[in-house]
Design a protein around this ligand. Structure first.
Ligand code: SF4
Length: 222
């Protein structure tokens, strides 16, 4: 399996370098400021990438720091993030997050998963992205792309992103953990899409369980 993982990661890197995925085009917006990574990942929950990126861009032009988010009115915040799913709940939670970070953590986003997941709207996915992108920690952020692709390839057989995270930690060498999220998100946006993956151009066909499953073979023939 180790050989396959090296092969998979190398191919994911090749796709990242060769294709202009929406994530790659918007990477610069995310930056690595822990508070902004935290807020943009909260915005991304249950929201399409194409909607999250411009909304986060617009938001960070107006609010940058926890203090800015504390000072903006709830109505104004709702209006700015309106395109994202569950915008009313997220606006309320984002203001709460800003308040907790100022009052309990002296304005600094915590750098460990146990404290991060105490914040409203913050689960392991959000926490792990903050830890890897902003604090350079070895974590695997499992979002819908990582969960789907890991299962399609047959790296894991799991029902939830959390199960996927723990299983991937057992089989993926630590040196790849930090990069796995952006590599799989980019791959999932341009090739291994949720609906109609472009298997015909994918170089992982031979080792992909989904591609070689009986049902998919029959569908390809018909
Ligand atoms: S062969 Fe198809 S399903 Fe498998 S990893 Fe490639 S694009 Fe995804």
């Amino acid at each position: 399996m180790k050989k396959d993982i090296d092969l998979i990661i190398n191919y994911l890197r090749e796709v990242w370098n060769e294709y202009d995925s929406p994530l790659k085009a918007n990477m610069h917006l995310r930056g690595n400021d822990p508070f902004q990574v935290l807020i943009s990942t909260v915005l991304s929950l249950r929201t399409k990438d194409e909607i999250t990126y411009p909304t986060a861009k617009k938001l960070f032009e107006i609010c940058k720091t926890p203090e800015d988010f504390l000072n903006i009115s709830l109505e104004e915040l709702e209006k700015i993030i309106y395109p994202v799913g569950f915008y009313k709940t997220k606006a309320r939670n984002i203001k709460k997050i800003a308040e907790i970070i100022i009052k309990e953590y002296g304005g600094k986003v915590p750098d460990n998963v146990d404290e991060l997941i105490k914040l409203p709207n913050v689960g392991r996915k959000v926490a792990n992205l903050v830890l890897s992108v902003s604090y350079g920690k070895d974590t695997i952020c499992v979002d819908t792309h990582v969960h789907r692709i890991s299962n399609r390839l047959g790296l894991v057989k799991t029902k939830t992103p959390e199960e996927t995270e723990f299983r991937l930690m057992e089989i993926i060498p630590k040196k790849y953990w930090k990069d796995l999220n952006y590599l799989m998100v980019g791959f999932g946006q341009v090739i291994c899409k949720p609906v109609k993956p472009k298997c015909e151009v994918c170089k992982l066909k031979e080792i992909c369980e989904f591609y070689n499953s009986k049902n998919f073979i029959i569908r390809r023939i018909l």
